[in-house]
Write a new protein. Structure first.
Length: 142
């Protein structure tokens, strides 16, 4: 069993690979691995695109909702670079459902592209880290 945030959540997965060996009796064989991937978290969107014009406010909210079977709390958020983004994590109100909202804001002032990676540290023994990829594309105003 694997837990994840990928597109395989809640599905049976089967992957095969052909292995080449230096054994003359068995020069190659096929290895098949299969299993069920269970959803650990609902992460929407799965990655963030901060696209817009310099001088404008560009933000994207990310909702993070633990599945009922694997509850967790987020205890820290860190950025690989943090140069061009600002982020704020808030716990959702009861009428919004359980979980968190991670608001990501562009800080880049000039034209250009960038990427970053946010790591959410959880209190879960099963999946102690969740990652959120961030891509920025800032354009000059028309």
């Amino acid at each position: 069993m694997k837990l994840g945030t990928s597109g395989y959540n809640g599905k049976d997965v089967k992957k095969t690979a052909v292995l080449h060996t230096n054994d003359p009796a068995n020069p190659k064989f096929t290895l098949t691995i299969s299993g069920h991937v269970e959803k650990f978290v609902d992460l929407k969107p799965k990655y963030v695109r901060l696209t817009g014009y310099s001088g404008t406010l560009i933000t994207v909210p990310v909702t993070i909702v633990p599945t009922a079977k694997y509850p967790f709390r987020i205890i820290d958020v860190t950025s690989r670079s943090g140069t061009f983004i600002k982020y704020t994590l808030t716990e959702r109100k009861p009428d919004e459902g359980n979980g968190y909202t991670l608001l990501i804001e562009n800080l880049k002032k000039e034209k250009g592209r960038y990427s970053d990676l946010l790591t959410l540290t959880t209190d879960s023994q099963i999946q102690p880290k969740i990652t959120v990829r961030v891509y920025g594309n800032i354009m000059e105003p028309k």
